[in-house]
Design a binder for this molecule. Structure first.
Ligand code: FES
Ligand code: FE2
Length: 359
């Protein structure tokens, strides 16, 4: 039997990086995976070779040839959908089975020649890989809501941040930083505050914050999406293992941002985001206006996240002081820890808590 790869080395002392390996993660987009050339990706520190096997279905093998350790991504994909190592030509199918050792005569198959494989499926235009090798998944990949819903415009974007899944998820769902880090772009003025009610609902596998009585953000993004001012309905959500959602409604306008995060390593996280929106006016003309603004906002986030990570390393570990208005971060960390340890206690009714904050 091939030996299973170990995950990245144990966490450094004091680190809060939780690793949830029993989960589906987006490895790449469907478009990135062609028919001929394997694609190299890393998930949870495990180098993976992606390729299209028989019939075009995607496969994921540990990027290490069992023969002499050469990366399988140096090879090519044959006409019949086998991944052929570039060194001596061993060929593997989607399940990692060694189909052929060129020039070897009359010797029976041996499973020791098989490559380590990961479960792999294609859904919603993404190639998803199960985070543990050699394991049958216990769930289906997440489905992006509204991706092809009628009346909605959906835009995809892939971005990378040098920070942990927890830090990236907290950042994506954190309200207080928007008035400072994104002043003018998202919320306009840190001093012009409005008191809103926050309702936090916790389930065993997700957490949601609802903001009640929030005026439409005055920044550029808010004005573009809804020129008319008013009170918005706003929800932020984290769903295990790695989904973040931000949802806004104002009259007929509905904006739904949903991103699947993939931990390349403890401190590098990919975000595969789908922004779906329905507006009283056609949405497509807004895309060229909104995309650069959204990317500018993200680059401010990516910069601060990188500095946060650098400082965590500089000081040899994390140290957090949280208040009530760090609404979701502590819950996200707790959920990730519980999932990592397999300690999720299913619950139907959410636990709810209400308080006020100034946004
Ligand atoms: S190293 Fe892959 S076939 Fe020899
Ligand atoms: Fe931000």
């Amino acid at each position: 039997m091939p030996t299973e790869p170990k995950l990245v080395p144990p966490r450094a002392k004091g680190s809060s990086v939780a690793r949830v390996s029993a989960a589906w993660y987006v490895a790449c987009t469907s478009r990135e995976l062609g028919r001929r050339v394997p694609v190299a990706r890393t998930i949870l520190g495990q180098p993976i070779a992606l390729f299209r096997g028989e019939g075009g279905a995607p496969g994921a093998l540990l990027d290490r040839c069992p023969h002499r350790n050469v990366p399988l991504t140096l090879g090519r994909v044959t006409d019949r959908g086998a991944l052929e190592c570039g060194y001596h030509g061993w060929r593997f199918d989607r399940g990692g089975r060694c189909l052929e050792v060129p020039a070897l005569c009359g010797v029976a198959e041996a499973s020791a020649r098989d490559a380590v494989s990961f479960a792999c499926v294609e859904q919603d235009g993404y190639v998803w890989v199960w985070g543990e090798p050699g394991v049958a998944p216990s769930a289906q990949p997440f489905r992006f809501p509204l991706l092809s819903a009628e009346g909605y415009t959906s835009v995809r974007q892939h971005v990378v941040a040098d920070a942990s899944v927890h830090a990236v998820a907290e950042n994506a769902l954190d309200v207080p930083h928007t008035a400072f880090l994104h002043a003018g772009l998202f919320r306009s003025d840190a001093r012009a505050r409005n008191r809103v009610e926050v309702v936090v609902r916790r389930w065993h596998d997700r957490v949601e914050a609802e903001y009640v009585g929030e005026p439409r953000p005055e920044g550029l993004v808010g004005r573009l999406l809804s020129p008319k001012a008013g009170v918005v309905e706003h929800w932020d959500r984290f769903l295990l293992p790695s989904i973040v959602q931000v949802e806004y409604k104002l009259d007929a306008a509905h904006v739904f941002v949903c991103a699947a995060m993939t931990p390349e390593s403890d401190y590098r996280t990919h975000l595969y985001a789908v922004v779906s929106f329905k507006l009283p006016i056609p949405g497509w003309p807004l895309v060229p206006l909104l995309k650069p603004i959204a990317l500018a906002i993200f680059s401010q986030d990516a910069r601060v996240l990188r500095r946060q990570t650098d400082n965590i390393h500089r000081f040899g570990g994390e140290s957090y002081v949280s208040t009530e208005i760090d609404v979701l971060g502590p819950h996200i960390l707790r959920l990730l820890r519980a999932a990592e340890q397999g300690k999720l206690e299913p619950s139907d009714a959410p636990k709810e808590r209400r308080f006020h904050m100034d946004v």
